[in-house]
Design a protein. Sequence first.
Length: 318
Amino acid sequence: MEQLTEIRVRTKIPESEMEQKVGKILAESDYNVRLTGPARVMLPDGKPLLIYLPRYLNGERFEQAYDVLHPIKMSGNRGLASGAPGFTVGGRRRYKSVNSAIIGNVDPLGNTPYCRTTAWTGDHAEEFSSLFPLFMDVDRAFAEYVPDRYLAQKKRANATLPEWMVGDSVFTTMTVNNTYPTGVHKDAGDLDEGFSCLTTWRRGNYSGGHLTFPEWRVSVDLKDGDLILMDAHHWHGNTALNLMSEDAERISLVLYYRTKVADCASAEEEAHKEVMAKKRSMGETRPTSAVWNGSTTALGKIPSMDIDAMNESVSTSD
């Protein structure tokens, strides 16, 4: 285990000041501690806020993962994390679309009242499977550096049907964000007693984009291959991202466990729910037999899912 510098934060900014930052892109003035080496940041109650591991991920499989993640630039509705004011359409609150996509598996969300594998994952099963060794590298770091949170998440993973877990890891879901700073937000829907794990790929020349916890005034400028293990239920966001070359790119990959995935039924049962939900949306209410139109892939049977699965408003770190 790498030797970590331990930092304990003592106070947080006033609630009234924090409220002014929610949903907004942060500035350099929003932190006074920037981590530059391996560190563990502890909260006043002794619980960990984050563990920062510079260059923890490197080598061939980290580099190869870039080729899989780089093309994933589907626009997603990220809520407060979009960093722009929201607007209302048809009674629903909407936010600016950004280059953010969910991969892996998700629980019922919005207009999709069934568990599912996301569209990209089903369409790119072999590429997704090629990321499993990298996911397990992150899994091992999580187990080593935050063992109590890891064991809590492992317990939940063991109680979840294996078709909804990603390989042998403790993760159900990943979010891929490409070259945009997130507004200040807290994550929702992931396991409270677990942890989020985040790594980045950097290309070209840019500045900013520092991952910052404004409530505690702590920040880190994540480099290529850095890994951060974090409690994403605290306010966090990025400073402004300034692109200074045409090839400038910042990909962040966030790995986590979606709490309600533990309640998912088998893939066949969830596929039946999907068929019935779509029939109801088309005004068809008569009983019918669901036909699972999944295809056999490197991951086994994966139901073909609606493209809406990529556009859910799921708050995730970055």
